[in-house]
Design a binder for this molecule. Structure first.
Ligand code: AGP
Length: 610
């Protein structure tokens, strides 16, 4: 979950690296640092906090640099502080090194070096790598790095520089993405955790495979495989689109992205609905129509919000296509016995395409010869290179760590995949037409909710003094409760949990009290009456109640303390509407509290470590 960036070329390495770090800051923002060589001298500057704090320091210095590497950190080993910020050096300050990943055997390696008298300056696993390379270094940088890699256990993406090699950046990786992009005339080369940080450069890009080592020079790039044999790499041209960073007048990226949802949902519909208005089309699915007909199970894997989207999709596949489906938390699935058949349609959902646990689950599924379809929002991300077919959300960059527009785009896409499978089986053209016409109304219905944001803001203010929240829902509304609770936790740091309303009586109802507000999502006709009884049960025990229900729903106004009516829609599509209310509720509570809404503490946009 850290961001790595390096530059060697004719431009100002400092400026290019600062811009690169800003593009990578979504990967972690506990601290940031830069190391550079200036006339053979190693310079290292690092600061706690966001990249802008480092930039203030750097801009005060008059530096004429030859090359630079830079890093933005999400702490794994050692708390976020200056001494644990990257880059890290060896005791003689000859090497500066930045790292993303986790070195699992760093403690034993560190004690071995300490026994040789090596003094450490930080608590990080990263410093062990720098010290180890220095320990092996006898003048041959490639060999010292190669020997060090053979001793490391765990995952890493590394860039390092050495004062005795003023024209070289060394890069290597294992189980962690590291992209290298160079201009046609080799006048500049950029190293980055994420090729989307190559903003504004049209580069030839390749990715290092496990334990490959790149020696990036001023006008040459040498690649060595794990046996230290020189190899060539296939490149692909990446035209890094210009990404607008503007909040366009919104106070936070999060609110901007919530308000983009009518458009982003509409985009998914336009891109994937079939002309006939009764079906969807997915040429990206790596299956023949015969193979599609044989699919007898859908397995979905994901994490966090993506897992919530998959949990809702289970009902879509089962109710529309009559195919048994399940959705697994990727970090759990990886350690379960894989009971998979060749007729399984596996779907991996990841907005960033870099979530380590989801990538691990994909590898586990593919090792068994099962094809995996990715649903992703970031081109050239790791997921897109590891699946058999990838369907993009095209939702545009999600700058806020808290995922919103990606979630509703995922739900829309999954609805269309379910429609596609259903129509290839028993769903009639008429049924398909009805479903599509309801789907087409969703963007406008989301817009109706957005237009009433001020009412939700008033409700949020009323409930913002509570420290704990209980979200209740049934069927499609239960994963929506989980998603709403996650939003609230992420951006307000308040405790929020979600429960299937029918489960309350099996224990959790003991928690109910006047200090525990219940937020009930009732936009599910099939279970609405049951929700009413559950709400009465918590009402009888004094809980304050805020309920979200479809326009025209009866029986709640005399029970709920507060009631917000949503545009009605079929149960299967209700998550797309209800979730917007949950997003706004969380946003406005966080605004009252005054947290860092777009970059909440302890979080990062993509979790690239396990
Ligand atoms: C969502 O708001 C969170 N930021 C988090 O749960 C996120 O959904 C999760 O880390 C998965 O990320 P991905 O979709 O990029 O794989």
């Amino acid at each position: 979950m850290c961001g790595i960036f390096g530059y060697i070329g004719k431009k100002d390495p400092l400026k290019v690296c600062m811009q690169g770090l800003k593009l990578l800051e979504y990967r972690g923002y506990d601290s940031a640092g830069i190391a550079a060589l200036q006339k053979g001298e190693l310079i290292t500057i690092k600061e706690v906090g966001k990249v802008s704090i480092l930039e203030e320091q750097v801009n005060q210095l008059d530096l004429q640099l030859d090359l630079a590497i830079a890093h933005t950190r999400w702490a794994t080993h050692g708390k976020p502080c200056k001494k644990n910020a990257h880059p890290h050096s060896d005791a003689q300050s000859c090497i500066a090194l930045i790292h993303n990943g986790i070195i699992e055997n760093f403690a034993s390696l560190r004690s071995k070096l300490e026994k040789k008298g090596v003094a450490f300056a930080s608590e990080t696993d990263t410093e062990v790598i720098a010290q180890l390379i220095a320990d092996h270094y006898k003048g041959d940088l490639l060999s010292s790095v190669h020997t060090t890699l053979s001793e490391l256990k765990g995952s890493f993406a590394i860039a390092l520089i050495h004062k005795n090699h003023p024209d070289t950046i060394v890069a290597t990786s294992r189980d962690n993405p590291l992209a290298i992009g160079f201009s046609n005339d080799l006048s500049e080369t950029i190293i980055s955790s994420d090729p989307n940080a190559f903003l504004g450069h049209n580069l030839n890009v390749f990715y290092l495979k496990d334990d490959e080592i790149a020696l990036v020079g001023r006008d040459s790039i040498e690649i060595y495989d794990k046996r230290k044999k020189k190899i060539e790499k296939k490149t692909e041209k990446i035209q890094a689109e210009s990404i607008s960073f503007s909040k366009e007048g919104f106070e936070h990226y999060l609110l901007k992205e919530i308000c983009e949802q009518p458009f982003t949902v509409q985009k998914v519909l336009v891109e994937n609905l079939a002309e006939n208005g009764t079906d969807a089309h997915f040429p990206q699915l790596p299956f023949s129509s015969r193979e599609l007909k044989k699919i007898d199970r859908v397995l979905i894997v994901g994490c966090g919000t993506s897992w919530h989207a998959g949990s809702i999709a289970v009902s879509l596949f089962e109710e529309m296509a009559k195919i048994p489906a399940s959705c697994e938390i990727a970090s759990e699935f990886r350690y379960k016995p894989p009971l998979l058949s060749s007729n399984t349609l596996a779907i991996a959902i990841s907005q960033s395409g870099e979530t380590a646990d989801t990538l691990g689950a994909v590898r586990k599924i593919r090792e068994r010869g099962i094809k995996v379809v990715g649903i992703c929002n970031v081109k050239n991300s790791s997921l897109t290179r590891e699946v058999d077919g990838c369907i993009y959300l095209h939702a545009g960059p999600e700058f806020s760590v808290c995922s919103t527009k990606a979630f509703t785009s995922q739900l829309t896409l999954l609805s269309l995949i379910a429609l596609f499978l259903a129509r290839s089986r028993k769903m009639s053209e008429e049924e398909g037409e009805v479903f599509v016409s309801e789907l087409k109304k969703i963007p406008q219905k989301i817009d109706e909710v957005l237009k009433r944001s001020s009412e939700i803001e008033l409700l949020a203010k009323k409930y913002s003094h509570f420290q704990n929240f209980f979200f209740l829902g049934r069927r499609m509304m239960f994963p929506i409760c989980q998603e709403a609770a996650l939003k609230l936790k992420e951006i307000s740091y308040l405790n929020a949990c979600a429960y299937p309303a029918g489960e309350m009586k099996h224990g959790p109802i003991a928690l109910i009290s006047p200090t525990l507000p219940v937020i009930a999502f009732c936009q599910n006709e099939q279970t609405y009456e049951k929700m009413i009884s559950n709400i009465m049960e918590v009402k009888a025990r004094g809980a304050p109640i805020l309920a979200f229900a479809s326009q025209g729903a009866k029986g709640l106004s005399s029970i709920a303390d507060d009631l917000f009516f949503l545009p009605s829609c079929p149960d299967l599509l209700s998550p797309l509407i209800s979730t917007v209310a949950g997003q706004l509720f969380a946003y406005f509570i966080a605004k009252v509290i005054g947290t860092d809404i777009d970059k909440p503490r302890n979080l990062a946009k993509s979790v690239t470590v396990e």
